[in-house]
Design a protein around this ligand. Sequence first.
Ligand code: MV4
Length: 446
Amino acid sequence: MFGKVLIANRGEIALRVHRACQEMGIRTVAVHSTADATAMHVRLADESVCIGPPAARDSYLNIPALLSAATITGADAIHPGYGFLSENARFAEMVEAHGMTFIGPTADHIRIMGDKIAAKTAMKSLGVPLVPGSDGALNSLEEAEAVANIIKYPVLIKAAAGGGGRGMKVARGPEELEEAWRVARAEAKAAFGDDAVYMEKYLDRPRHIEMQVMADTHGNVVHFGERDCSLQRRHQKLVEEAGSPVLTAAERDALGATVTAGLAKLGYRGAGTLEFLWQDGQFAFIEMNTRLQVEHPVTEMVCGVDLVKEQIRVAAGQKLGYEQKDIQFSGHAIECRITAEDPETFAPNPGKVSTYHAPGGLGVRVDSALYSGYSVPPHYDSLVAKLIVHAPTRSEAIARMRRSLDEMVVAGIKTTLPLHMRIMDDPEFQAGDYTIHWLERFVAKQ
Ligand code: MV4
Protein backbone atom coordinates (compact mmCIF):
# COMPACT_ATOMS: atom_id res chain seq x y z
CA MET A 1 0.00 0.00 0.00
CA PHE A 2 1.08 3.57 -0.60
CA GLY A 3 2.79 5.48 2.19
CA LYS A 4 1.98 8.93 0.85
CA VAL A 5 -0.54 10.24 -1.68
CA LEU A 6 -0.49 13.65 -3.35
CA ILE A 7 -3.99 15.02 -3.92
CA ALA A 8 -4.01 17.01 -7.16
CA ASN A 9 -7.20 18.93 -6.44
CA ARG A 10 -8.90 21.41 -4.11
CA GLY A 11 -12.16 21.98 -2.24
CA GLU A 12 -14.49 19.28 -1.01
CA ILE A 13 -13.02 16.54 -3.20
CA ALA A 14 -9.47 17.13 -1.92
CA LEU A 15 -10.90 16.76 1.58
CA ARG A 16 -12.83 13.64 0.54
CA VAL A 17 -9.65 11.96 -0.72
CA HIS A 18 -7.67 13.10 2.35
CA ARG A 19 -10.23 11.50 4.66
CA ALA A 20 -10.02 8.15 2.86
CA CYS A 21 -6.20 8.23 2.99
CA GLN A 22 -6.19 9.19 6.66
CA GLU A 23 -8.38 6.21 7.58
CA MET A 24 -6.09 3.92 5.55
CA GLY A 25 -2.98 5.15 7.36
CA ILE A 26 -1.69 6.94 4.26
CA ARG A 27 -0.05 10.36 4.63
CA THR A 28 -1.33 13.13 2.36
CA VAL A 29 0.20 16.01 0.45
CA ALA A 30 -2.11 18.89 -0.42
CA VAL A 31 -1.31 21.20 -3.30
CA HIS A 32 -2.77 24.67 -3.56
CA SER A 33 -2.75 27.88 -5.53
CA THR A 34 -1.93 31.16 -3.81
CA ALA A 35 -5.71 31.80 -3.66
CA ASP A 36 -6.18 28.62 -1.58
CA ALA A 37 -3.44 29.05 1.04
CA THR A 38 -6.04 29.09 3.85
CA ALA A 39 -8.26 26.36 2.39
CA MET A 40 -9.45 23.47 4.55
CA HIS A 41 -7.74 20.80 2.42
CA VAL A 42 -4.41 22.53 3.05
CA ARG A 43 -5.04 22.75 6.80
CA LEU A 44 -5.90 19.08 7.17
CA ALA A 45 -3.25 17.47 4.94
CA ASP A 46 0.00 16.23 6.47
CA GLU A 47 2.02 18.43 4.12
CA SER A 48 1.24 21.09 1.56
CA VAL A 49 2.94 22.63 -1.44
CA CYS A 50 2.03 25.88 -3.19
CA ILE A 51 1.98 25.12 -6.91
CA GLY A 52 1.24 28.50 -8.45
CA PRO A 53 -0.98 31.54 -8.89
CA PRO A 54 -4.81 31.46 -8.71
CA ALA A 55 -5.62 30.68 -12.36
CA ALA A 56 -6.18 26.91 -12.62
CA ARG A 57 -4.02 26.64 -15.75
CA ASP A 58 -1.05 27.93 -13.71
CA SER A 59 -1.67 25.79 -10.62
CA TYR A 60 -4.12 22.84 -10.53
CA LEU A 61 -3.54 22.18 -14.24
CA ASN A 62 0.23 22.79 -14.07
CA ILE A 63 1.66 19.32 -14.68
CA PRO A 64 5.36 20.18 -14.07
CA ALA A 65 4.48 21.91 -10.78
CA LEU A 66 2.42 18.90 -9.64
CA LEU A 67 5.12 16.38 -10.57
CA SER A 68 7.74 18.49 -8.79
CA ALA A 69 5.56 18.71 -5.67
CA ALA A 70 5.06 14.94 -5.71
CA THR A 71 8.78 14.28 -6.23
CA ILE A 72 10.07 16.59 -3.49
CA THR A 73 7.55 15.28 -0.95
CA GLY A 74 8.23 11.63 -1.85
CA ALA A 75 4.65 10.76 -2.77
CA ASP A 76 4.05 7.22 -4.10
CA ALA A 77 0.83 8.03 -5.90
CA ILE A 78 -1.33 10.91 -7.14
CA HIS A 79 -5.10 11.09 -6.79
CA PRO A 80 -6.55 13.54 -9.34
CA GLY A 81 -10.07 13.89 -7.87
CA TYR A 82 -12.58 15.05 -10.52
CA GLY A 83 -12.22 17.85 -13.07
CA PHE A 84 -8.76 19.41 -13.58
CA LEU A 85 -6.35 16.63 -14.73
CA SER A 86 -8.51 13.65 -13.78
CA GLU A 87 -9.20 12.63 -17.40
CA ASN A 88 -5.93 13.80 -18.92
CA ALA A 89 -4.18 10.76 -20.44
CA ARG A 90 -0.87 12.66 -20.79
CA PHE A 91 -0.88 13.45 -17.08
CA ALA A 92 -1.59 9.81 -16.19
CA GLU A 93 1.35 8.78 -18.40
CA MET A 94 3.70 11.35 -16.92
CA VAL A 95 2.83 10.37 -13.34
CA GLU A 96 3.73 6.76 -14.19
CA ALA A 97 6.89 7.86 -16.07
CA HIS A 98 8.01 9.59 -12.87
CA GLY A 99 7.77 6.30 -11.00
CA MET A 100 4.52 7.08 -9.22
CA THR A 101 1.04 5.53 -9.48
CA PHE A 102 -1.83 7.42 -11.06
CA ILE A 103 -4.93 6.57 -9.03
CA GLY A 104 -7.20 5.98 -11.99
CA PRO A 105 -7.43 3.94 -15.20
CA THR A 106 -4.56 3.43 -17.64
CA ALA A 107 -3.72 6.30 -19.99
CA ASP A 108 -4.92 4.13 -22.89
CA HIS A 109 -8.38 3.68 -21.39
CA ILE A 110 -8.63 7.39 -20.56
CA ARG A 111 -7.74 8.14 -24.18
CA ILE A 112 -10.28 5.72 -25.67
CA MET A 113 -13.13 7.08 -23.55
CA GLY A 114 -12.07 10.68 -24.22
CA ASP A 115 -12.82 10.02 -27.89
CA LYS A 116 -16.59 9.59 -27.89
CA ILE A 117 -16.53 7.69 -31.21
CA ALA A 118 -13.87 5.25 -29.98
CA ALA A 119 -15.83 4.83 -26.72
CA LYS A 120 -19.03 3.95 -28.61
CA THR A 121 -17.20 1.58 -30.94
CA ALA A 122 -15.69 -0.20 -27.91
CA MET A 123 -19.03 -0.42 -26.09
CA LYS A 124 -20.82 -1.68 -29.19
CA SER A 125 -18.33 -4.52 -29.58
CA LEU A 126 -18.90 -5.40 -25.91
CA GLY A 127 -22.67 -5.69 -26.35
CA VAL A 128 -23.61 -2.47 -24.54
CA PRO A 129 -26.76 -0.88 -26.11
CA LEU A 130 -26.20 2.38 -28.03
CA VAL A 131 -28.40 5.15 -29.44
CA PRO A 132 -28.98 4.38 -33.15
CA GLY A 133 -26.55 6.44 -35.24
CA SER A 134 -23.56 6.58 -37.55
CA ASP A 135 -21.05 3.78 -37.42
CA GLY A 136 -18.10 5.95 -36.37
CA ALA A 137 -17.24 9.38 -37.76
CA LEU A 138 -19.17 11.10 -40.55
CA ASN A 139 -16.88 11.81 -43.51
CA SER A 140 -19.16 14.06 -45.56
CA LEU A 141 -22.50 15.85 -45.60
CA GLU A 142 -23.74 13.19 -48.04
CA GLU A 143 -22.89 10.49 -45.52
CA ALA A 144 -24.72 12.48 -42.82
CA GLU A 145 -27.80 12.67 -45.06
CA ALA A 146 -27.66 8.94 -45.73
CA VAL A 147 -27.45 8.05 -42.03
CA ALA A 148 -30.24 10.50 -41.12
CA ASN A 149 -32.50 8.91 -43.74
CA ILE A 150 -31.97 5.52 -42.15
CA ILE A 151 -32.34 6.48 -38.47
CA LYS A 152 -34.97 9.19 -39.22
CA TYR A 153 -35.15 12.75 -37.93
CA PRO A 154 -34.65 14.41 -35.49
CA VAL A 155 -30.91 13.68 -35.36
CA LEU A 156 -27.98 15.07 -33.38
CA ILE A 157 -24.51 15.83 -34.66
CA LYS A 158 -21.94 15.47 -31.89
CA ALA A 159 -18.22 16.23 -31.64
CA ALA A 160 -15.99 13.16 -31.17
CA ALA A 161 -13.81 15.20 -28.81
CA GLY A 162 -16.87 16.67 -27.08
CA GLY A 163 -18.79 15.68 -24.01
CA GLY A 164 -20.65 17.76 -21.50
CA GLY A 165 -22.84 19.15 -24.28
CA ARG A 166 -20.27 21.14 -26.26
CA GLY A 167 -20.24 20.85 -30.04
CA MET A 168 -23.72 19.30 -30.26
CA LYS A 169 -26.35 20.34 -32.88
CA VAL A 170 -29.89 19.06 -33.54
CA ALA A 171 -31.37 18.75 -37.02
CA ARG A 172 -35.15 18.33 -36.79
CA GLY A 173 -35.55 17.70 -40.51
CA PRO A 174 -33.48 17.43 -43.74
CA GLU A 175 -33.64 21.22 -44.22
CA GLU A 176 -31.68 21.70 -40.97
CA LEU A 177 -28.97 19.13 -41.61
CA GLU A 178 -26.44 21.16 -43.61
CA GLU A 179 -26.42 23.95 -41.02
CA ALA A 180 -26.13 21.50 -38.10
CA TRP A 181 -23.28 19.69 -39.87
CA ARG A 182 -21.40 22.93 -40.56
CA VAL A 183 -21.90 24.51 -37.13
CA ALA A 184 -21.13 21.32 -35.17
CA ARG A 185 -17.86 20.86 -37.08
CA ALA A 186 -16.85 24.51 -36.71
CA GLU A 187 -17.60 24.46 -32.95
CA ALA A 188 -15.75 21.18 -32.51
CA LYS A 189 -12.72 22.56 -34.34
CA ALA A 190 -12.75 25.78 -32.30
CA ALA A 191 -13.34 24.12 -28.92
CA PHE A 192 -11.24 20.96 -29.25
CA GLY A 193 -9.02 21.46 -32.30
CA ASP A 194 -10.67 18.40 -33.84
CA ASP A 195 -13.63 18.58 -36.24
CA ALA A 196 -14.51 14.87 -36.21
CA VAL A 197 -18.28 14.45 -35.67
CA TYR A 198 -20.77 11.60 -35.52
CA MET A 199 -24.55 11.27 -35.64
CA GLU A 200 -27.18 9.93 -33.27
CA LYS A 201 -30.93 9.77 -33.26
CA TYR A 202 -32.08 12.68 -31.06
CA LEU A 203 -33.96 11.47 -28.00
CA ASP A 204 -36.39 14.22 -27.02
CA ARG A 205 -37.23 13.41 -23.38
CA PRO A 206 -34.62 11.10 -21.89
CA ARG A 207 -33.47 10.63 -18.34
CA HIS A 208 -29.74 10.65 -17.64
CA ILE A 209 -28.92 7.47 -15.74
CA GLU A 210 -25.33 6.38 -15.05
CA MET A 211 -23.77 3.16 -13.75
CA GLN A 212 -20.88 3.13 -11.26
CA VAL A 213 -18.26 0.46 -11.83
CA MET A 214 -15.02 -0.56 -10.16
CA ALA A 215 -12.35 -2.88 -11.57
CA ASP A 216 -9.18 -4.32 -10.09
CA THR A 217 -6.03 -5.34 -11.98
CA HIS A 218 -6.90 -9.06 -11.60
CA GLY A 219 -9.85 -9.10 -13.99
CA ASN A 220 -12.59 -8.54 -11.41
CA VAL A 221 -15.23 -5.93 -12.24
CA VAL A 222 -18.29 -5.03 -10.15
CA HIS A 223 -20.98 -2.39 -10.40
CA PHE A 224 -22.49 -0.33 -7.61
CA GLY A 225 -25.78 0.35 -9.32
CA GLU A 226 -27.07 3.49 -10.96
CA ARG A 227 -27.53 7.18 -10.25
CA ASP A 228 -30.25 9.30 -11.78
CA CYS A 229 -28.66 12.62 -12.75
CA SER A 230 -31.44 14.08 -14.88
CA LEU A 231 -31.88 17.19 -12.73
CA GLN A 232 -29.45 19.51 -14.46
CA ARG A 233 -29.30 22.99 -15.93
CA ARG A 234 -26.92 23.84 -18.77
CA HIS A 235 -25.11 20.54 -18.18
CA GLN A 236 -24.56 21.36 -14.50
CA LYS A 237 -26.16 18.74 -12.27
CA LEU A 238 -28.03 20.07 -9.23
CA VAL A 239 -29.61 16.96 -7.66
CA GLU A 240 -28.69 13.29 -8.04
CA GLU A 241 -30.24 10.19 -6.58
CA ALA A 242 -29.47 6.50 -6.11
CA GLY A 243 -31.31 4.51 -7.26
CA SER A 244 -33.21 5.93 -10.13
CA PRO A 245 -36.93 6.33 -9.38
CA VAL A 246 -37.75 4.54 -12.66
CA LEU A 247 -35.53 1.47 -12.47
CA THR A 248 -36.40 -1.94 -11.07
CA ALA A 249 -33.81 -4.13 -9.35
CA ALA A 250 -34.05 -6.59 -12.26
CA GLU A 251 -33.33 -3.84 -14.83
CA ARG A 252 -30.35 -2.65 -12.74
CA ASP A 253 -28.96 -6.19 -12.49
CA ALA A 254 -29.35 -6.78 -16.23
CA LEU A 255 -27.60 -3.56 -17.29
CA GLY A 256 -24.97 -4.04 -14.59
CA ALA A 257 -24.19 -7.54 -15.83
CA THR A 258 -23.72 -6.34 -19.43
CA VAL A 259 -21.50 -3.46 -18.37
CA THR A 260 -19.25 -5.39 -15.99
CA ALA A 261 -18.75 -8.25 -18.46
CA GLY A 262 -17.83 -5.70 -21.14
CA LEU A 263 -15.32 -3.83 -19.00
CA ALA A 264 -13.70 -7.09 -17.89
CA LYS A 265 -13.11 -7.89 -21.59
CA LEU A 266 -11.66 -4.42 -22.09
CA GLY A 267 -9.23 -4.93 -19.19
CA TYR A 268 -10.43 -1.75 -17.52
CA ARG A 269 -9.08 -0.84 -14.07
CA GLY A 270 -10.21 1.63 -11.43
CA ALA A 271 -13.46 3.53 -11.00
CA GLY A 272 -15.61 4.42 -13.97
CA THR A 273 -19.07 5.65 -14.84
CA LEU A 274 -21.05 4.71 -17.93
CA GLU A 275 -23.55 7.38 -18.92
CA PHE A 276 -26.82 6.30 -20.49
CA LEU A 277 -29.87 8.03 -21.82
CA TRP A 278 -33.05 6.24 -20.74
CA GLN A 279 -36.30 6.73 -22.60
CA ASP A 280 -39.37 4.49 -22.88
CA GLY A 281 -37.71 1.77 -20.83
CA GLN A 282 -34.63 1.54 -23.08
CA PHE A 283 -31.01 2.29 -22.19
CA ALA A 284 -28.57 3.79 -24.68
CA PHE A 285 -24.90 4.33 -23.85
CA ILE A 286 -23.55 7.81 -24.69
CA GLU A 287 -20.24 8.35 -22.86
CA MET A 288 -17.95 6.90 -20.21
CA ASN A 289 -16.21 8.93 -17.51
CA THR A 290 -12.90 7.50 -16.34
CA ARG A 291 -12.82 9.31 -12.99
CA LEU A 292 -14.49 9.55 -9.62
CA GLN A 293 -17.60 11.71 -10.02
CA VAL A 294 -18.96 14.58 -7.95
CA GLU A 295 -22.10 12.59 -7.17
CA HIS A 296 -20.32 9.39 -6.02
CA PRO A 297 -21.58 9.78 -2.41
CA VAL A 298 -25.16 8.74 -3.22
CA THR A 299 -23.79 5.42 -4.44
CA GLU A 300 -21.64 5.08 -1.33
CA MET A 301 -24.67 5.62 0.89
CA VAL A 302 -26.86 2.96 -0.73
CA CYS A 303 -24.04 0.41 -1.12
CA GLY A 304 -22.18 1.08 2.13
CA VAL A 305 -18.88 1.32 0.27
CA ASP A 306 -16.06 3.89 0.28
CA LEU A 307 -15.35 4.36 -3.42
CA VAL A 308 -12.20 6.42 -2.84
CA LYS A 309 -10.69 3.69 -0.66
CA GLU A 310 -11.60 1.16 -3.36
CA GLN A 311 -9.86 3.33 -5.98
CA ILE A 312 -6.74 3.49 -3.84
CA ARG A 313 -6.76 -0.24 -3.12
CA VAL A 314 -7.12 -1.28 -6.76
CA ALA A 315 -4.48 1.30 -7.82
CA ALA A 316 -2.10 -0.36 -5.32
CA GLY A 317 -2.77 -3.71 -7.05
CA GLN A 318 -5.06 -5.22 -4.42
CA LYS A 319 -7.94 -7.51 -5.40
CA LEU A 320 -11.54 -6.45 -4.87
CA GLY A 321 -12.37 -8.36 -1.71
CA TYR A 322 -15.93 -9.24 -2.76
CA GLU A 323 -18.10 -10.28 -5.68
CA GLN A 324 -21.14 -8.74 -7.32
CA LYS A 325 -23.51 -10.86 -5.20
CA ASP A 326 -21.98 -9.34 -2.04
CA ILE A 327 -23.04 -5.83 -3.07
CA GLN A 328 -26.43 -5.03 -1.57
CA PHE A 329 -28.48 -1.93 -2.24
CA SER A 330 -30.14 -0.47 0.80
CA GLY A 331 -32.59 2.43 0.87
CA HIS A 332 -32.41 5.62 -1.15
CA ALA A 333 -29.91 8.51 -1.25
CA ILE A 334 -30.21 12.05 -2.60
CA GLU A 335 -27.51 14.68 -3.10
CA CYS A 336 -28.05 18.42 -3.44
CA ARG A 337 -25.15 20.40 -4.87
CA ILE A 338 -25.04 23.70 -3.00
CA THR A 339 -23.25 26.34 -5.08
CA ALA A 340 -22.23 29.93 -4.39
CA GLU A 341 -24.66 31.29 -6.98
CA ASP A 342 -27.76 33.45 -7.03
CA PRO A 343 -30.61 30.88 -6.77
CA GLU A 344 -32.62 32.71 -9.45
CA THR A 345 -30.09 34.02 -11.99
CA PHE A 346 -27.27 31.52 -11.25
CA ALA A 347 -24.77 34.39 -11.30
CA PRO A 348 -21.66 33.30 -9.36
CA ASN A 349 -21.55 34.85 -5.90
CA PRO A 350 -18.14 34.24 -4.35
CA GLY A 351 -17.12 36.01 -1.14
CA LYS A 352 -16.81 35.61 2.59
CA VAL A 353 -18.97 33.10 4.44
CA SER A 354 -19.75 34.82 7.75
CA THR A 355 -21.46 31.79 9.31
CA TYR A 356 -21.43 28.16 8.26
CA HIS A 357 -23.48 25.58 10.09
CA ALA A 358 -23.78 22.04 8.73
CA PRO A 359 -26.89 19.94 9.37
CA GLY A 360 -26.56 16.59 11.09
CA GLY A 361 -28.48 13.65 12.46
CA LEU A 362 -29.19 10.14 11.24
CA GLY A 363 -28.57 9.61 7.53
CA VAL A 364 -27.12 13.07 6.86
CA ARG A 365 -23.72 13.62 5.26
CA VAL A 366 -22.10 16.90 4.24
CA ASP A 367 -19.07 16.88 1.95
CA SER A 368 -17.71 20.41 2.08
CA ALA A 369 -14.50 22.33 2.67
CA LEU A 370 -16.39 25.34 4.10
CA TYR A 371 -15.80 26.93 7.50
CA SER A 372 -17.08 30.12 9.13
CA GLY A 373 -14.91 32.99 7.92
CA TYR A 374 -13.83 31.19 4.71
CA SER A 375 -13.77 33.25 1.53
CA VAL A 376 -15.04 31.41 -1.55
CA PRO A 377 -12.50 32.42 -4.22
CA PRO A 378 -13.79 33.59 -7.63
CA HIS A 379 -11.30 31.53 -9.65
CA TYR A 380 -12.87 28.06 -9.50
CA ASP A 381 -16.23 26.32 -9.83
CA SER A 382 -18.90 27.47 -7.43
CA LEU A 383 -19.64 24.20 -5.58
CA VAL A 384 -19.40 24.89 -1.83
CA ALA A 385 -21.12 21.86 -0.28
CA LYS A 386 -22.74 18.58 -1.18
CA LEU A 387 -25.59 17.70 1.13
CA ILE A 388 -26.32 13.99 0.98
CA VAL A 389 -29.09 12.14 2.77
CA HIS A 390 -29.85 8.45 3.08
CA ALA A 391 -33.13 6.90 4.27
CA PRO A 392 -35.02 3.61 3.90
CA THR A 393 -37.35 4.96 1.17
CA ARG A 394 -37.29 7.77 -1.38
CA SER A 395 -40.06 9.71 0.34
CA GLU A 396 -38.25 9.50 3.68
CA ALA A 397 -35.06 10.67 1.94
CA ILE A 398 -36.93 13.70 0.56
CA ALA A 399 -38.30 14.51 4.04
CA ARG A 400 -34.79 14.17 5.47
CA MET A 401 -33.38 16.43 2.75
CA ARG A 402 -36.00 19.10 3.49
CA ARG A 403 -35.21 18.94 7.20
CA SER A 404 -31.44 19.15 6.50
CA LEU A 405 -31.76 22.03 4.04
CA ASP A 406 -33.75 23.86 6.71
CA GLU A 407 -30.98 23.32 9.31
CA MET A 408 -28.10 24.30 7.03
CA VAL A 409 -26.71 27.83 7.28
CA VAL A 410 -24.36 29.39 4.71
CA ALA A 411 -24.53 33.13 5.49
CA GLY A 412 -22.74 36.02 3.80
CA ILE A 413 -23.02 34.74 0.24
CA LYS A 414 -25.94 33.76 -1.96
CA THR A 415 -26.35 30.01 -2.43
CA THR A 416 -28.74 27.66 -4.20
CA LEU A 417 -30.12 26.36 -0.86
CA PRO A 418 -33.58 27.94 -1.42
CA LEU A 419 -33.84 26.44 -4.92
CA HIS A 420 -33.11 22.96 -3.55
CA MET A 421 -35.91 23.37 -1.02
CA ARG A 422 -38.33 24.30 -3.83
CA ILE A 423 -37.28 21.24 -5.84
CA MET A 424 -37.85 18.95 -2.83
CA ASP A 425 -41.33 20.53 -2.38
CA ASP A 426 -42.39 19.95 -5.98
CA PRO A 427 -45.04 17.26 -6.58
CA GLU A 428 -43.48 16.14 -9.91
CA PHE A 429 -40.07 15.74 -8.28
CA GLN A 430 -41.71 13.87 -5.42
CA ALA A 431 -43.35 11.55 -7.95
CA GLY A 432 -39.97 10.96 -9.63
CA ASP A 433 -41.57 12.24 -12.81
CA TYR A 434 -38.81 14.18 -14.58
CA THR A 435 -36.47 14.15 -17.61
CA ILE A 436 -33.27 16.07 -18.41
CA HIS A 437 -35.47 19.04 -19.44
CA TRP A 438 -37.49 19.27 -16.23
CA LEU A 439 -35.22 21.57 -14.23
CA GLU A 440 -34.74 24.19 -16.95
CA ARG A 441 -38.53 24.57 -17.16
CA PHE A 442 -38.86 24.60 -13.36
CA VAL A 443 -36.29 27.40 -13.07
CA ALA A 444 -37.88 29.40 -15.92
CA LYS A 445 -41.33 29.43 -14.31
CA GLN A 446 -40.16 30.67 -10.89
C1 MV4 B 1 -28.10 13.28 -26.38
C2 MV4 B 1 -29.38 13.83 -26.11
C3 MV4 B 1 -30.45 13.38 -26.84
N1 MV4 B 1 -30.26 12.43 -27.79
N2 MV4 B 1 -27.97 12.33 -27.32
C4 MV4 B 1 -25.61 16.25 -23.63
C5 MV4 B 1 -24.25 16.14 -23.08
C6 MV4 B 1 -23.69 14.86 -23.52
N3 MV4 B 1 -23.15 14.18 -22.37
C7 MV4 B 1 -24.80 14.12 -24.18
N4 MV4 B 1 -25.93 14.99 -24.19
C8 MV4 B 1 -27.09 14.63 -24.77
N5 MV4 B 1 -27.02 13.66 -25.72
C9 MV4 B 1 -29.03 11.93 -28.01
N6 MV4 B 1 -28.87 11.00 -28.95
C10 MV4 B 1 -29.48 14.80 -25.10
C11 MV4 B 1 -28.33 15.21 -24.44
C12 MV4 B 1 -28.51 16.18 -23.39
C13 MV4 B 1 -28.27 15.83 -22.05
C14 MV4 B 1 -27.82 14.58 -21.67
C15 MV4 B 1 -27.59 14.26 -20.35
C16 MV4 B 1 -27.82 15.20 -19.36
C17 MV4 B 1 -28.26 16.44 -19.70
C18 MV4 B 1 -28.49 16.79 -21.03
C19 MV4 B 1 -28.96 18.06 -21.37
C20 MV4 B 1 -29.18 18.38 -22.67
C21 MV4 B 1 -28.95 17.45 -23.69
